[in-house]
Ligand binder design. Structure first.
Ligand code: C2E
Ligand code: CA
Ligand code: CA
Ligand code: CA
Length: 277
């Protein structure tokens, strides 16, 4: 038993060492990935209750020649903790707005184009100016409200006066705001008003058991009712099955998103499957 225990410890240490090593490698390679254009943007469609395309969410992918595809759940937190997220976020924003501008110029009529923005990015001095520059570079004034910034609910754990100020500056430029992962953490209904958000994105965890959990059904339908009463758009994320979609479609939410419709697609695939260019 003793030997086993020791093995266990050794194994654990090795696993930990591997993890630390991988994290270090990722940290070191992120800069290079940016320089060598190994970061890609993918697009996941957002559909209305009639399964018509209303918008899409931009999701980043890192295709490393050595490590293969690395998911944002792994590299975004590292980018945030090292500060690379500033450079990375700017790159993604530029690429995204440029792509959206191309689509608009070819007559694409989707209602919104959503981009994830991390809290660290939001608080970076000069962020609003940068966004303003890019918006002016790529988009006509009439199209700017179609850009949605998805901000996770965790932003509410930060200095709320500061958050309110930055978000209202973004709104003044024409950006629409979505509260991402809604229901998982810090929200108070009052903040929804003061922060002037346009959309709530109900977190996937509530959808996973929507079919068979009474509490999740009450949660989701209550959030939808409140949001609709406040005049907020509702987007349901993580819709994976026909059954989930059928049960949720009756609420006529602004959009539904998930593997049931499509996984995030490369630009080429998204254009082929969803846009007529
Ligand atoms: P998120 O914003 O909550 O995005 C939804 C995630 O769920 C995406 O994972 C998406 O691929 C996945 N997903 C969508 N539909 C389904 C479904 O039906 N079932 C399941 N199981 N998953 C589904 P992804 O692309 O791996 O991104 C993970 C997280 O990384 C995102 O969560 C977001 O917080 C962050 N992220 C991704 N791209 C960016 C980015 O460009 N900037 C920032 N700051 N964060 C990003
Ligand atoms: Ca999101
Ligand atoms: Ca989300
Ligand atoms: Ca989520």
């Amino acid at each position: 038993a003793k030997a086993l225990g020791r093995d266990g410890v050794i194994l654990f240490n090795r696993a930990l060492a591997n993890r630390v090593e991988r994290k270090l490698l990722i940290e070191q390679s992120l800069h290079l990935a940016l320089k060598e254009n190994n970061l890609e943007i993918y697009f996941q469609p957002q559909m209305d209750m009639n399964q018509q395309l209303v918008g899409c969410e931009v999701l980043s992918r890192w295709e490393d020649p050595e490590f293969g595809v690395i998911c944002p759940n792994e590299f975004i937190p590292i980018a945030e903790s090292t500060g690379v997220i500033i450079e990375l976020g700017e790159y993604i924003l530029d690429r995204s707005l440029k792509t959206f501008q191309e689509w608009l110029s070819k007559g694409v009529e989707i209602k919104q184009f959503s981009i994830n923005i991390s809290v660290r990015q939001l608080f970076y001095m000069g962020f609003v100016n940068k966004v303003d520059q890019l918006m002016q570079k790529y988009l006509d004034e009439k199209d700017r409200h179609k850009i949605v910034f998805e901000i996770t609910e965790s932003v509410l754990a930060e200095d709320i006066t500061k958050v309110t100020k930055i978000l209202s500056e973004l709104k003044a430029i024409g950006i629409s705001l979505s509260m991402d992962d809604f229901g998982t953490g810090y929200s108070s209904l009052n903040y929804l008003r003061t922060l002037n958000v346009d959309e709530l994105k109900i977190d996937k965890t509530f959808i996973d058991h929507f079919n068979d959990s009474d509490t999740d059904q009450v949660m989701v339908t209550t959030i939808i009712a409140i949001a609709q009463n406040f005049g907020l758009k509702v987007v349901i994320e993580g819709v994976e099955t026909q059954e989930q979609f059928d049960l949720l479609a009756i609420y006529d939410c602004f959009a539904y998103q998930g593997f049931y419709f499509s996984k995030p697609l490369s630009q080429k695939e998204f254009e082929k499957n969803y846009l007529t260019l």
